[in-house]
Design a protein around this ligand. Sequence first.
Ligand code: HEM
Length: 406
Amino acid sequence: MEAVTFNDLGSQKVLRSPASFYARLREHEPLTPFTFGAIKIWLVATTYDETALLLKDPRFVRDIHHVFPEGIPPALQQFIQQGGETLQLLSQNMLSLDPPDHTRLRGLVSKAFTPRMIEQLRPRIQQIADELLDAVQARGQMDLVADFAYPLPMSVISEMLGIPPEDRAQFRSLTQALLAGAMTPDQKWQTTGESFISYIKKQLAARREKPGDDLMSNLLQAREQDDMLTEDELVSMIWLLIVAGHETTVNLLSNGALALLLFPEQLRLLRTNPGLIPSAVEELLRLTAPVLFASKRMAREDLTLHDQLIHRGDVIYISTAAANTDPEKFSDPQNLDVSRQENRHLIFGKGIHSCLGAPLARLEGQIAFSTLLARLPNLRLACEPESLEWNPLFNLRSLKSLPVSF
Ligand code: HEM
């Protein structure tokens, strides 16, 4: 297999069919190293069973202070400083921390994301999906990303947090710019991050004046009354919930709709058997890879993996796309089968950092696809599939647009 460069990962070729690319890596090149300044990054694309173990492996941690308790080496320190205060502040959320801080922060919001709490959102999510389709139905065409897949999860997480409707449109370009520049944060990245942070601080100030019945007000209360989190942790938590709450689900809805349009017999099967919606959503999560990797981990000690020496401080990204197409675990893994029953995919990760929003993502997916199919019986692609483009990100599979007609 030809050597893989980091740019290949965000290339149109790979993003068009990641399942086959990561399956090839799993078979031929389970570990691929890249160097970014003082940081060595390993992509791990391996079997389902090994992935499941690695995702919970205590030799990997999130907080660099736990990797180097004696002090961060100067070269690494310099690299981190390139991201400035913005990077440091935005890294103080549960995804970037280990216990006990991780446990404390996750505990503050986990109640809002239990399957029971999320189920209560069903009527409102249905209403949002219907309103989005009301706005385009007469037109007979839409960009499924801009008109449906983006505004649906964005509205849901914004309403949970209490973010005003008129502010939501700006988040897509801000989060995309922050995600795209995260590997090499420069001055422009910092400025973008600062404007996001100052927006969140303004929202918090408004809630201090006039608390509402929303997650942001509840978190602020936890900060002010119970002293459960610092101001920076509060800002970073809100930023994580905004980004994680929409960037991934947009991809589930848009890549998922595309997959159904490209497998018309599966689309027909689903239309005639709406009871298959829950298994269809699991299958779209597995095969269309809204995210391609679990989140960043760092080796806390030197260790050997597939005969390669991983040093303390090295970063690893574990490919869920490779695990989710392992033929040892899934029969005919490259094929979309909306009625697949054995489907314990790893798209939401595993272990203490496994996706907090999984029940919400699943419910949004089920409502979105059932509403699209029920209301747009003649849904079809309005462009050549070859002309579609994905944003050049290595870890998210994010379609730029998806023109459809109906
Ligand atoms: C299709 C949709 C989604 C996918 C594929 C997805 C995937 C993931 C993955 C892979 C992780 C990291 C797991 C690990 O590294 O072991 C994660 C963490 C997380 N996700 Fe999601 N996610 C989705 C939707 C959501 C939604 C809707 C929210 C709502 C706020 C959310 C909030 C979070 C949070 C807060 C974490 C960090 C958990 C922790 O560190 O303890 N996600 N997600």
